[in-house]
Design a protein around this ligand. Structure first.
Ligand code: GLU
Length: 472
C-alpha cells in the first residue's frame, strides 16, 4: 500500500513548534517513501476555529516549505459523510441513541468520583428495548465499544500498547445537535483518505484504542500510529509561551531561516548518528519514523541560534536573499540606496546569528542614521579627533574615483601628516561614517558607504564634536 500521511491541526491559533514538528515528521515520512501528504483542518469545534488560524497554519507550513498533495480538507465540509457513517453504524447495531439526561450523567459522575473510580458511562441506553426508543426525544449517539477483550497496537514510537476494553466506555460520536465528535471524525477521515501512518502528539494516545475500535466496527484497517513525546522547555516543563516564542512565524519574525528551524525540529526528537546538519535531501532520504525518540526533548534556543548561524553562513546568497529581503522590507530598507548586497553578505554573515542581526549590520550602508552609537561616539568622537576628521574629509572630497585604494591612501596620508597612528584616524572615521565602531576594513567600509554619504556623515561627526566642545 502506498504511504499516505496527514497533518490534522485544529485551527484555534498559530502553528506552534510542537505542531510544526508533527507536521514535519508526517511530511518527511511521506516524502521519504514517495508517498502523499494531506493537510486536514479539524474545524468541527466551530466556537474555537477561525479562518485566521487556518491561514496562520498554512502560512507556517509554507514558510517551512512543507507542501501538501491534498487539501486543505475541512472537516466542516464533510458533515454529510459523517452522518452517513453514523447511520450505517446505527443500522448495523454498532451505535445507539442515548437519552440519558445531563443530570443523570452528573449524578453518576459524582458517585464514581466518590468511589474513586474512573468516569465511565454505565451503558444504560445500550440495552434499551426498541419500544423504549423515541427518537423524537433529545439524544446523543454512542459507539458500542466491545465489552470484552483488549485493544493492542504497536506504536512506532512507544512500542506495544494494550488496553482492556473494560477501561473504555461507549463514547459519544454525535452530540444532541447531530454534530459528530473528534474521535469519530478522525477515524472516518483517516479511513476515507487511506491514511497509512498517523504521527501525532502523545496527548492523543488515550484516544487511539477508541479510534481503533471504531475502525474495526467499520471493517477498515487502522493506520500505524506514532505518538511523539511532547516538547519541554529548558526547565523540564511542557513548552509554552513562558519559555519564549512558540509560534513558528515568530521565529521568522525573529530572524530565523526556515531551513534552520526545520533542521532544528527534525533533530528535536529524531536522530541519525550524531549528525546535526541535514539538507532537505538528506532529511528526506534518512528520516524514518521508527527512529523517533521515546524520551521527550527539551527546546534549546541557543542550539537553534547556532544552527541558524550555520545556515546563514552557508546558504548561497541567492537562496538567502528572499528571506533577508523580507526583513529589509520590514525595516523599510531599500537596497537601491547602497552597494550590491551580495558583496556585504559574506562579510557580515559570519557573525550574524539571525537575519535581524544581519540586517542591523548592513543598515548603515543603505540608510542614514540620526545618532551615533553612544559608546562608540563617547570613545572616538572626542575633540582630539577633530583635526584627523577635518583633514581626512578634505582629502576624501578630492577623490574622483571612489575606490578602496584611493580611500586607503587618504587615510595613510592623513595619519602621516598628523604624525599619529592609523587608529587615530581610522576609528573616528569609522564611527563617523557608519555610526558605530564595528565594520570591515576602513577602505572597504567607506567605499560601501559611498562618497557623498561619507562626507555628510563626517560633517555630522564634526558637529557632534563641536557640540561636545561647547558643553565642555
Ligand atoms: N486535531 C487534533 C489536534 O490538533 C489532531 C488529531 C490527530 O492528529 O489525530 O490535536
Amino acid at each position: 500500500m502506498s504511504v499516505k500521511t496527514r497533518f490534522a491541526p485544529s485551527p484555534t491559533g498559530d502553528l506552534h513548534i510542537g505542531g510544526a514538528r508533527t507536521a514535519l515528521y508526517s511530511w518527511l515520512h511521506a516524502r521519504a517513501n514517495n508517498g502523499e501528504f494531506v493537510l486536514r483542518i479539524e474545524d468541527t469545534d466551530i466556537e474555537r476555529s477561525t479562518p485566521e488560524a487556518v491561514q496562520a497554519i498554512m502560512d507556517g507550513m509554507q514558510w517551512l516549505e512543507l507542501d501538501w498533495d491534498e487539501g486543505p480538507i475541512f472537516q466542516t465540509h464533510r458533515f454529510s459523510r459523517y452522518k452517513e457513517v453514523i447511520e450505517q453504524l446505527l443500522a448495523e447495531g454498532k451505535a445507539y441513541p442515548c437519552f440519558c439526561s445531563s443530570e443523570r450523567l452528573d449524578t453518576m459522575r459524582e458517585e464514581q468520583k466518590a468511589n474513586k473510580v474512573k468516569w465511565r458511562y454505565d451503558g444504560k441506553c445500550r440495552h434499551l428495548k426498541p419500544s423504549e426508543v423515541d427518537l423524537s426525544q433529545d439524544h446523543v449517539i454512542r459507539f458500542k465499544n466491545p465489552e470484552e477483550g483488549v485493544v493492542t497496537f504497536k506504536d512506532v514510537v512507544k512500542g506495544e500498547i494494550t488496553i482492556a476494553n473494560k477501561e473504555l466506555d461507549d463514547l459519544i460520536i454525535a452530540r444532541t445537535d447531530g454534530a459528530p465528535t473528534y474521535n469519530f471524525t478522525v477515524v472516518v477521515d483517516d479511513m476515507d483518505m487511506s491514511i497509512t501512518q498517523v504521527v501525532r502528539g502523545d496527548d492523543h494516545i488515550n484516544n487511539t484504542p477508541r479510534q481503533i475500535n471504531i475502525f474495526k466496527a467499520l471493517g477498515a484497517a487502522a493506520p500505524e500510529y506514532g505518538h511523539v513525546p511532547m516538547i519541554l522547555g529548558d526547565d523540564g516543563k511542557k513548552l509554552s509561551k513562558r519559555h519564549g516564542a512558540v509560534s513558528v512565524m515568530q521565529y521568522r519574525d525573529d530572524g530565523y531561516l526556515p531551513q534552520a528551524v526545520r533542521n532544528y525540529l527534525v533533530r528535536l526528537g529524531w536522530s541519525h548518528g550524531d549528525q546535526e546538519i541535514f539538507s532537505m535531501q538528506e532529511m528526506k532520504s534518512l528520516f524514518n519514523i521508527n527512529d523517533i525518540n521515546k524520551a521527550p526533548s527539551a527546546f534549546n534556543t541557543d542550539k537553534l541560534k547556532w544552527l541558524n548561524q550555520q545556515y546563514i553562513k552557508s546558504t548561497p546568497v541567492d537562496e538567502l536573499m528572499p528571506h533577508l529581503q523580507w526583513h529589509l522590507d520590514q525595516q523599510g530598507i531599500d537596497l537601491a540606496n547602497g552597494p550590491a548586497i551580495d558583496r556585504l553578505i559574506p562579510e557580515f554573515a559570519e557573525r550574524a546569528q539571525t537575519l535581524k542581526e544581519l540586517v542591523a549590520a548592513v543598515t548603515t550602508y543603505y540608510q542614514d542614521f540620526d545618532e551615533f552609537e553612544a559608546k562608540a561616539a563617547k570613545k572616538h568622537l572626542r575633540p582630539v579627533a577633530r583635526p584627523a576628521l577635518e583633514l581626512i574629509r578634505s582629502k576624501l572630497e578630492l577623490i574622483q574615483n571612489w575606490q578602496p585604494q584611493a580611500i586607503q591612501s587618504s587615510v595613510d596620508e592623513t595619519a602621516k601628516e598628523l604624525d599619529v597612528g592609523m587608529g587615530k584616524v581610522g576609528m573616528p572615521l569609522r564611527v563617523a561614517a557608519t555610526g558605530g565602531g564595528m565594520s570591515p576594513a576602513i577602505d572597504i567600509t567607506l567605499e560601501w558607504v559611498g562618497k557623498e554619504r561619507a562626507l555628510a556623515r563626517i560633517d555630522m561627526a564634526l558637529a557632534f564634536i563641536a557640540n561636545r566642545e561647547a558643553q565642555g
